[in-house]
Design a protein. Structure first.
Length: 66
């Protein structure tokens, strides 16, 4: 994977957490569950993750692990 970076951005108004792994252009995306979509480059490598309804998803994950 070229142009490897890691950035995290939270869009509070929309409650979306976006994780950038690479600056490469997106060629495809795959919804892995109703709240998580992964973005892929031309080589089908992971370049980003979008989490919708992020605050509830993260809160519920933390509560389940305690």
């Amino acid at each position: 994977m070229r142009n490897s970076v890691f950035r995290m951005k939270y869009f509070e108004q929309e409650d979306i957490l976006y994780l950038t792994i690479s600056d490469e252009p997106e060629a495809n995306s795959v919804e892995i569950n109703p709240n998580i979509t992964v973005e892929l480059n031309n080589s089908r490598e992971l370049i980003g993750i979008e989490i919708t309804n992020a605050s509830a998803l993260i809160r519920d994950s933390i509560l389940e692990s305690t």
